[in-house]
Design a protein around this ligand. Structure first.
Ligand code: UDP
Length: 245
C-alpha cells in the first residue's frame, strides 16, 4: 500500500461544463474510500470544466491572463470538492500556489506535509502559479514536494493505449511503460514537462480510469487496473509493493 499519493484529476471529473453535484459526490466517495485505507492523499484538480487558458476564445485577452483565469478555475474546483468532502465527514484543506488570503491557505511544502500527516486530504490548487503550465505539471511538481510515493493520473480510459481506443479498435493497452517509451512514442499521457519531471525524479505514474466506482481504492491496493509508467517497463510491481518510507 502507498503511504502517500498525489492524485491528478481533470476538471471534467467535476462536471462537463461547470460543476455538477452528482459528479462531485462520485469523487467524494472515491476519495473517502481511499483515505479509509490509511493512505495520505494530495489532490491536484484541473480546471477544464470551467476554462482552459489556451482554448479560451478571447483574442483580446493575453495568454498569461487567460492562464490566470484557468488557475482560478482550479481553485473554484478545489473549494467545491474540499467542502463536499468536509460535509461527508472527511477533513480536507485547500492550499493555493498564489496567496489568496480569505479564500484558502497559501501552499508551502511543510504546511502541506503537516496537513497530510494530520489526516487531511490536501487540495493543491492554483496550478503551479505560473502561466504556460498545466495541472499535469503542477501534479508532478507537488507530488515531488510533498514526497508522494506515486502520481496517480485519473483519466477517462483504463490506462495508456497504443492509439486512441475510441477511434481505433486495434489499439493495445499497456500494463507497464517506461518514461522513454511514453516520450518516444508520443503517447500523450501527460505533457512533456510533466513526464520529464517524473522521469528525472524517478516518480512512478499510474494511469487509470477513476470514473469506475472503487477504482481509486483498487489502484491503491495494488490491483492491476491501469498502466504503470516508471524507469523500467518490465517491472510489474504495483503501488502495494512499495515499502512505506
Ligand atoms: N494553468 C496554468 N498554469 C498551471 C496550471 C494550469 O496557467 O500551472 C491554467 C491553464 O490555463 C490551464 C487551466 O489552468 O488550461 C486549467 O488547467 P488544465 O488545462 O491542466 O485542466 P484540466 O484539463 O486537467 O481540467
Amino acid at each position: 500500500m502507498l503511504r502517500r499519493a498525489l492524485v491528478k484529476i481533470s476538471g471534467e471529473a467535476l462536471g462537463t461544463r461547470g460543476l455538477a453535484g452528482e459528479s462531485i459526490s462520485l469523487l467524494v466517495s472515491q476519495i473517502t474510500e481511499a483515505t479509509a485505507l490509511g493512505v495520505q492523499i494530495g489532490i491536484v484538480l484541473g480546471g477544464g470544466n470551467i476554462l482552459r487558458g489556451r482554448d479560451l476564445d478571447l483574442p483580446a485577452v493575453r495568454r498569461p491572463i487567460r492562464d490566470r483565469m484557468g488557475m482560478l478555475a482550479t481553485v473554484v474546483n478545489a473549494l467545491a470538492a474540499a467542502d463536499s468532502l468536509i460535509a461527508a465527514g472527511q477533513s480536507a484543506v485547500v492550499l493555493t500556489a498564489t496567496p489568496m488570503p480569505g479564500v484558502a491557505e497559501h501552499f508551502r511544502m511543510e504546511t502541506a506535509r503537516e496537513h497530510l500527516e494530520g489526516g487531511k486530504v490536501v487540495f493543491l490548487a492554483g496550478g503551479t502559479g505560473h502561466p504556460y503550465f498545466t495541472t499535469d505539471t503542477a501534479a508532478a511538481l507537488r507530488a515531488l514536494e510533498i514526497g508522494a510515493d506515486a502520481l496517480l493520473k485519473a483519466t477517462k480510459v483504463d490506462g495508456v493505449y497504443s492509439a486512441d481506443p475510441v477511434d481505433n479498435e486495434d489499439a493495445v493497452r499497456y500494463d507497464a511503460l517506461s518514461y522513454d517509451q511514453v516520450l518516444e512514442q508520443k503517447l500523450g499521457v501527460m505533457d512533456l514537462t510533466a513526464i520529464t519531471l517524473c522521469r528525472e525524479n524517478h516518480l512512478p505514474v499510474y494511469v487509470f480510469d477513476m470514473r469506475v466506482p472503487g477504482n481509486l481504492a483498487r489502484m491503491l491496493c495494488g490491483e492491476p487496473i491501469g498502466t504503470r509508467i516508471s524507469g523500467d517497463a518490465m517491472r510489474r510491481d504495483r503501488p502495494s509493493d512499495r515499502v512505506p518510507s
